[in-house]
Design a protein around this ligand. Sequence first.
Ligand code: PLP
Length: 451
Amino acid sequence: RTTEQWKQIDTAHHMHPFTDFKALASEGGSRLIVKADGPYLWDSEGEQILDGMAGLWCVNVGYGRKELAEAAYQQMMELPYYNTFFKTTTMPATELARKLVELAPPGMNHVFFAGSGSEANDTNVRMVRRYWTLEGQPERQVIIGRKNGYHGSTVAALSLGGMSAMHTQSGLLPGFAHIDPPHHFQLGWGEDEDAFGIRAAGWLEDKIKEIGPEKVAAFIAEPIQGAGGLIYPPRTYWAEIQRICNEYGILLIADEVICGFGRTGTWFGSFTFDIKPDLMTIAKGLSSGYQPIGGVLVGDRVANTLIEKGGEFYHGYTYSGHPVASAVALANLKILEDEGIVDRVGSDIGPYFQGRLRELSDHPIVGEVRGIGLIAGIELIKDKAKHEFFPNAGKVGTLCRDHSFRNGLIMRGVYDTMVLSPPLIVTRDHVDEMVGKIRRVLDLTAKDVGL
Ligand code: PLP
């Protein structure tokens, strides 16, 4: 088939996630990605693209890892599938649980597997509510998340999340509430950042008091808010959140789906920001996206109650602990460890990447560059001196993203923040290539908006 034929068939039959179907068709359909290696993708026209997003924040070890293909092949030949429902397990699932507990913060000794981050967050909702019921406080049902937080697309996960467009389309479930994120650049500009961090954490306390502490079950947040605009927490924020959760006895869920497995330069964002969660959501980098797998790391507080008092927990997925996905995840964790990738992000390539990106702060439409390790956001602004944002947030971001795609770099636009989250194996040369392309793309975007 020609590229054109692929596009026509795709447009006719394939409904893409988070896509305006009609607009995509009118633009001629989707770009066909045909292969990948390291941090590069190639489309059907032979064009090479630097993947500044590691797919969807997930291909941590980069593309083309034969060890992962080999692990999948071997496992498929041995045992392609068996479930973990019937008092049965498989070696990969059990070994992966053990390995994850070894990597997790102390006091997290159990794992519940799912097929994705969304499913894992649904699991969190059910576990948290079950926990409080078993603890004799069944009225503790409300889970507080953050505006523009993203925790997945299932109905419970989108309710944990704070994407209002999703709520409008699908209906926000009862029992969920949201507070503003600690977005210093937008919500606290001019205010001392440490003071703002405390004030932003205080919105959680305000919300708990508004709802009634006896009704609040948990708070969920990403260590760094990703899809909601790459919001980097002020250094005072998480300690204060932790204090508030402790004071009111509510459970803390860290959604590590993006931050986990090296992205911030440690194994989990919770280590980077010294968070002590009761539950952690994992997915994406767990298998570097080579297989769909997610899960919840369960701390002793919740696990002990569920185990000791719970009886049967009526929850699980056909693919919970899928042997092939687990085998691939294990091989992926081995690569991350053997090649010292996580340490390298923390001590070498991460700081280099952040430093080079900050050089772009001199660009007229760059308001702020923020991030850590290999995750960063570049927030675009109309007038730096007046701290004036572009009208219709997202319009200029989309323009910039389209320029980027045309110039051989995948860089995502979230509202007017350009987001980068490249494979963790990028070299300094790749980073230099990325920064060179970004500057060009910023120039083109600035020209379009008359700056
Ligand atoms: N949590 C976070 C922080 C995410 O970024 C995502 C996906 O982007 C999810 C959960 C949902 O994961 P999945 O798409 O695997 O369901």
